[in-house]
Design a binder for this molecule. Structure first.
Ligand code: MN
Length: 329
């Protein structure tokens, strides 16, 4: 199941499915399924309620789907599929070639000693940095490098303490694409990567049963038509299961906790006038994660994300004069 949160006339819950004839992804509005959530009283539990109650929610979704209204994805703003993660755990330098590029560029390491992930461990991004694929990113510190980092992201489905790698995938609810926007400089990673909207998650959550093994998915990101990042998760130093084992040996993981697994090589600055695409490999399981992200910088410091269909080569999109809609030329 591909589960999306969206904003239309109000916050909604949807299921994304590909039309058999058109090949176009559509959104089935199953917002009433949220009525299956328990009502909480203070103090609130440290979980994401949607993920913690996913079994009840998915039962309700199956009941609603046959008569659910269908909405074009272009009519909604996609929000982060997890609204209230207890924490966002992130992996630094988790691809060897990315470790090499950071060590070789002072603009990236800023005289900091860059340890391997086994020595550096993990870091946390602020949950307030979370943004959906349709919400846009507001850049900070424009006098410094701000880089794109495409990453496989995943969401914890049930409470995990000291879980072994062999059992770890049973604790994963699903997968998404993460964009770990990063300010370069001397400060701790947690500070530089926690600005509001610097943790893009989406475009939706693809449940683990649809993805299968997360260990050989392709990630690609291009800017202005130039391919900048292309790697497979088989190249991860610590894979998804090992990240769960590592993290859960230090702290408890709760339903809804989000992981960013680290970026491959090819990180470069983002800025005004750039368009970032995150196309998914066609006919591949990751196709279930994302059709195509499309980011465009607008003001000097802001860009929006659009979800488009088709391959990057097919796309020649421009903004309609004076409007916020997009049209194909
Ligand atoms: Mn990263």
């Amino acid at each position: 199941m591909r589960l999306a949160r969206f904003e239309n006339s109000g916050p909604g819950l949807g299921v994304v499915s590909t039309g058999a004839d058109s090949g176009v992804d559509l959104l089935w509005d199953v917002t009433p399924a949220l009525d299956a959530l328990p009502s909480y009283r203070y103090p609130l539990p440290g979980v994401d309620p949607l993920i913690a109650n996913f079994s009840a929610i998915s039962d309700r979704i199956r009941t609603l789907l046959p008569s659910a209204p269908v909405i074009p994805l272009s009519d909604v703003t996609l929000l982060a599929p997890v609204a209230n993660p207890g924490k966002i755990v992130a992996a630094p330098v988790n691809y060897q070639k990315h470790l090499d590029e950071v060590r070789g560029d002072e603009g990236l390491h800023h005289q900091n000693q860059i340890n391997t992930i086994q020595k550096a461990g993990l870091f946390l991004k602020a949950t307030s940095a979370l943004a959906g694929a349709g919400e846009g990113i507001a850049l900070r510190k424009l006098d410094r490098r701000n880089d794109h980092e495409i990453e496989l992201a995943f969401v914890i489905g049930r409470t995990a303490r000291s879980v072994s790698a062999g059992d770890a995938l049973d604790y994963v609810a699903g997968y998404a694409i993460g964009l770990d926007i990063s300010i370069r400089g001397t400060e701790e990673r947690s500070l530089r990567k926690s600005a509001d909207s610097y943790a893009v998650l989406g475009p939706w959550l693809t449940t683990a049963d649809e993805v299968g093994s997360p260990d050989d998915l392709e990630l690609r990101l291009s800017v202005n038509g130039e391919l900048r990042q292309c790697a497979r998760t088989s190249q991860l130093t610590l894979k998804v299961a090992e990240l769960v084992e590592f993290a859960s040996s230090f702290f408890t993981l709760h339903p809804g906790d989000v992981f960013f697994t680290g970026t491959p090589e090819g990180i470069q600055p983002v800025g005004p006038g750039m368009m970032i695409f995150i196309p998914a490999e066609q006919k591949h399981r990751l196709r279930a994660l994302t059709p195509l992200f499309y980011f465009e910088f607008q003001a000097p410091n802001r860009f929006k994300t659009h979800i488009l269909e088709g391959t990057e080569d097919d796309l020649r999109w421009i903004r309609k004069e004076g409007g916020s809609d997009w049209m194909q030329t």
